[in-house]
Design a protein. Sequence first.
Lengths: 261, 998
Amino acid sequence: MKFNRFSLAAALILCSAIAVSSCGKKHRYDQDDAEEGDTKGGAAAVVDTVNGATVTGKILFTGTAPAQVPIKQESDPVCAAKASEEKPEVTQEVVINDGKLANVFVYISKGIDGTYAPPAQAAMLDQQGCRYHPHVLGVVAGQKIQFRNSDATLHNIHPVPKNNASFNLAQASVGKVDEKMFDKPEVMIPISCDVHGWMRSYVGVLNHPFFSVSGSDGSFSIKGLPPGTYTITAWHEKFGEQTQEVTVKAKETKDISIAYK
Amino acid sequence: MIGWFNKRFGTSIEERNYGALYAGFSLLLFLTTLWAVYNEVDGRRPWKEYQADFRELKVQVLLNKRRELKGKLSKDELQKTDSLLEIYDEQLHGKKLAGFQSQIDDLAMTIRKTSQKRANLKSEADNRNYMFEHSSREQDPEAAKKYKDQRIDLEHRMADLDKTIDSMDKIRAKLLADNITPIASKKKALESKRDSIYGAVADLEKKIDEADAMPLQIQQVMLNDYDRTNFGKLQMRADRCQSCHMGITDPVFADTNIFNDIGKGRHLFRTKDEAAHARKVFGPHPHPEMLKSHNIERFGCTPCHGGQPMSVDAVDHAHGFESHWEKPLLTGAYVQGACRKCHEGDYTFAMADKVSEGRKLFIDFGCFGCHEGPSIPDWKDYKVGPSLMNIGRKISREWAFKWIQNPQSWNEHTRMPNFKFNDEQTKAVVAYLFDATKSSQYKPVSASVPAGDPARGAVTLKEVGCFACHAVDEFEPRGKFKFVPTADKKLLWPNGAQDGNRVAEGNNFGPDLNKIGSKVDAAWLFDWVKNPKHFNPNSRMPILRLTDGEAADITAYLMGKKDPSFLASPPALGNLDDKKLVEKGASIIREYGCFGCHQIPGMENEGKVSVSLADFGTKTAADLYFGYLGEEQLHDTRAHFDKGPYKLGKVYMHLEDGEDWFVWTALKMKNSRVFQTDAIAQKMPVFNMTDEEAYAMTVALRSYTKAYIPASFKDPLGQYQPAVNDGHFLTHWNNCVGCHKIQGSGGFVLENLRTLMGIKGDDINPYGPPNLNTAGAKIQEPWFYNFIRNPASTPVRTWLKIRMPTYGFSPSEISRLDKFFLGLEGQSLQFTDYSYYPATEQTLAAGQQLWEKLKCQQCHAAGSTPSLGGATAVPAPNLALAGGRLKPEWIVRWISDPQAIAPGTKMPNFFGTLQEPAAADPTILGGDWKAQVSALRDYVWRIGGAKGTGSSATQADSSSMHPAAAPAVEAKNAAKPADSAAKKTAMRSVPDKKLSMR
């Protein structure tokens, strides 16, 4: 009897011990705020504009420039009227000034670690004079793109992406702005207007902001690069891709040149 | 021991000592109690540990979220916000504004004082008025005049005061608006922003507290109307899966990125394995979209996944890997087999590719020719192989002999199996077939084929779309693969391939044409391409309406495609007319059931030669015969599959003797004669399947059960389900999906068209066969009937080079097809009058305005007026056809969001999307997008002819509205000469059909 009583008591003690131990579990997040200072591994990286390196350069074109492709805009008098002011009426496919190639998308294709949050400011793709401005656009995945119709005619924005969701949106009025975005990296997404067959634009979507589009003088500049070795890729809609390796130190500015033939 | 007993029983009872005995038993009891407590609290409840882990993980995830949220509003920013608020506060009460504020306050005071003054004057004026009235009554005109003058004077003074008050008020308002309000409203906005962030944080904190306080308890879904006992009584099922799998529907776990947070320091998981395990147990359902249509609360878990619903005492038990439990968890793709339980007739599951593939293969390999299987229409009407009724008029005996003996030696991808006949058997079969078709009346239309140009034929062949069904030239069959001799000597099949399948879709549908010149002769081929129904009325090959010239070109081209090696050493057949041989052939054909797949003269009344597979999925290893195969060979088979992507299903006990359903079935598919013994012959021919095919077949066969499923769980399309099931079969059987996308799948020819035309991506869409999504809601029934009967009668896409063929369907088959498309849209086949559809003149005018504004005519022709874009525009159907072809409700649906119906179509969204609709033009019909869409429909629908105007305006001359509409358009664009010029052009070219709008 004595032993039985003892064992019952022991059981009771055991039970209550278990109960106490489970009740007494400490809220693990109570001290959470104490360590507020340290950053988490998955947080988005920030472009360092002060210490970052810069890669600049020019896109050269050394071969013979192909003949410009003329476009016929008679089917839309609005375009025809605008275009006659803005000569010559050719596609924006190949723009070469003084042996410098414009509209080349230059970006870091290899070497970037970490993720970069898309900039809060939306990029703009304007439809003006039945052309896209700019002809080549770079954005960070998830960055908003505003499509604006500055013409008094109907345009439709029809991207044909491979990885991203496609859409086909018509804008019937002047000044209409629609905001869209591509959330996955993709180089390049062609955008066209089915109403005006000659209208074409390309959007390069990356998961970092290290890209540039060569201007009419062929120059480009990628800023704020963390020190390291990178592969730079240049993309042109007609002449294809070229790559180059580049190593930069902090605050360094490196000048490279890329030549197409 | 014995000595102890002897000693004990030697002493008298009174002297015996029980202490030690008591102590021993008490100790036992104590230990038992301890064990009982432990077992009750912990041992039998492994799920509690999972729940505790889940709770901890969830709290951590939420804490991370809170940190992230706070991080977004960094300390700096918080401080900035606070200091900005302070600044605003200071400004509002600061010196600079204090002057304005006191000025405003002063003004307010003055206004108040002046108002008081005015009130005094008013009461004085009232007093004078009373005195005036009183004096008038007293007949005292002098006094009356005096009081009246005084009153008027007071009223003037009041008016002056009013003016002063008004001007002071204006000054005060201006002071406020200019100096105070901007800052005050900025402050308010900032405050609300800060509050919303604090609110979100507070919200998260509440969630954290809730998660932390989550009690550990069994989570279960009760299914009250799913199971029945053997006596047909309803039986409750309780799925307790979520007692461990707690994150299945938890929104906190919906983002699987949390399982990538691996590393030392502040990370959720230390190692990859830990994260993978957590994802397996706590992760969300891999197909969240599936749960949207199959709500867990309604469908539970085990009806699809299998397992032991109530068991929670061990992982293996819960998953049903326990002896005698008949429905263990379906692993890998086998869970797809569950779809068939409820969706019996469907075999195009977007999220269940393998069961779809297996079920199609069941048809395409002709399994149903010998076996009873689920959901196949009357097999006698549907034979996968070609009809042999006129075989003697098509090929030579030698060719037939070589083919029957080894079909793969001619075409590696053929679905015709190898019966492993010896020379004598093969000869007998050929003898019967040619003897039975001796009296065939078939003769090609012309014995001499007109001369054709093979080069032109090669072009025509592709342009009209032969490669939608046939592999030819560079257009290799879909999922092309190569069989290779089995390198692993342990395996029980002679050769095989891992990936690739021969589902009869796209250009896998018809035979490869690359050797056709060595099989048939030109006269037969010319007749066949002109009209396949002439040789074989039941042929699935449709009529492409080729001209004699086109047919001759194609014949010339195809006859050049030869492979003489097949008959390089022709078999010596000898005399095939021997009666005995013919009889022997007949008995072989009866025994092996050739008529299951082919129409064979004299065999019309035979039945299926093999067993029913309708309940094959419920068989166990005990029901299956493994022949001479031993443990090692069976294990090798399983190991072969398990090391590739096609892992066989998991079963309890399978490790012991290797005999299980999955191994048996996979082996049977790979090498159907493998279980043959000296005593038991096997007749099933060898199909030489790839691993992928064999796997897909096991998935489909596993799903072949006669399980009772309550109707309330089945047939999501209700009364339309049978028609839809039937249509799924028909559209597969006739390879409609080879060209057209139906319900989002199919349209395989587009890939080849892209290659042929050098067009990339979605740009091919206007040049390929149209997407048939929503076709039932779209096409008027009479038009559907006439179009399928003769697609050339009313061409819609006149620019297409690829041709919609004439199938020669019977009216009942066309009805079945239309019922399918209608059923998918929840509609049934019925008489509808589409000739009259009223609209008001107002909407027609607005519709016309939109028609011009949205440049519909840039791409669409309207009657005899071509599109404005001309050759450079994207081709689009002539909208004069709309009224006689399209259903009015559908046009609205289409215009509202074309991309939702046909993703990638060139038709842009003019009215936003269905999720975010928007008016195309804010000035038309008050910017009401719905009204605009329906007005545009009303206009478009009348381009081809009258449809009636509104009931009140039926008699009105509708042409009168155009002059009214035109100035409105022009006036609006008067400021832009170029623009209005465009409008005028567009206006002028709107067709004369306007007049027929009456």
